[in-house]
Design a protein around this ligand. Sequence first.
Ligand SMILES: [Zn+2]
Length: 74
Amino acid sequence: MTDYDWNNARPYKVKRTGIKAPSSNWSDIECPFCQQQVRAYWWSISGGGKRCLCGAKHNSAGMTAQPIKKKASA
Ligand SMILES: [Zn+2]
């Protein structure tokens, strides 16, 4: 399981929103870390959060956090 660094989360930009019939709202989100856009369905964001291609996660509060890299134990 991956932990995310919400203490250093950044707000993401919503480039556009839309609705896919019958009732699936989506948003095109621009990642504040890698600037890639992903289309995230709201049920996905409000569930576990939407993963970016870079590994960061977008949540329903409008924030994106990067995964915490765990150091290999010595
Ligand atoms: Zn990203």
